[in-house]
Design a protein around this ligand. Sequence first.
Ligand code: AVI
Length: 335
Amino acid sequence: MSSIHFHDLHSQIDRFAEDVIAGLSQRPATLAPKYFYDERGSALFEAITELPEYYPTRTEIGILRDNAADIAREVGSTSLLVEPGGGSLAKVRILLEGLRPLAYVPMDISRDHLRLSAAALAEDFPWLEIHATCTDYSRLMQLPASTPTGTTLAFFPGSSIGNFDPPEAVRFLRAIAELVGPGGYLLIGVDLKKESAILEAAYDDAAGVTAAFNLNLLTRINRELEANFNLPQWRHRAFYNPGPGRIEMHLLSLRPQQVVVEGHPFHFKEGETIHTENSYKYSGEEFATLAGKAGFHGQALWSDPAKLFSVHLLRVASTSADAPPGQVTRSYPPS
Ligand code: AVI
């Protein structure tokens, strides 16, 4: 019989208003992508993952499926599997039978979503102890008390690491390295650099779902912060910026306008944008270098035949004397 424990580490302090006002006061104006995910935003994101142009989700799932046994062999016996941002828990299902951890700790900010998906997982994996932990993992990366000790593997799929700027990504990876400790592992999905036309189509799809996802942030601000963004006067814009190696998403002001948010007026010129998201793309070597700055060394790397997406297995050295072993590179399907 599986056991579910629910841990609430998330303080209710809401910084949405503060963050929006600070972001809109900057030039260029910015809004943090973590605020995309209200109920409608989460549903739109789910729809994005099924779009023909948005290759990352299905490609990563293919890599995990085709290499699940290999991944389990590389990691060996695991006591604890931790998933920061484990909202839907769909991808972890691919790995659970092979890894057979004693306990699984999904961490997510959305209480209700976490409860529902943890309960569904418990039904399907009755042997698994689940510690569903409500926390904003980008601010607090901490295991609840009472989880088993032993080798820990963190799982961070989806290429969400690309939504952090590189210095933030290093800080986040360092927090994961501390969480898993010496000898611990990180299995992480990272989107690869590729032709800009493929990238730009993935973030500006023909059906307009990504546009609706981006614009929904303004709808959310209107609803939750008594604001008056006039939606027809804003347009979704996404492009690949090759210098920093990232897709940028913006909201473009179609005319000069004033917007009021909780009593604060903001002026936008025609053509001015609000920068809402970056999605960094990394070659295998670039990402291994970034992870190295956080104390990880590469143990294995899997990819798909078209080299669209990558899954890295990284490890924290067991002792400071441990020499990092050479990384094994594999492609999908394994040859
Ligand atoms: C969640 N994250 C990895 C997505 C990405 O591809 O950067 C968010 C997204 N934005 C637009 N489409 C998808």
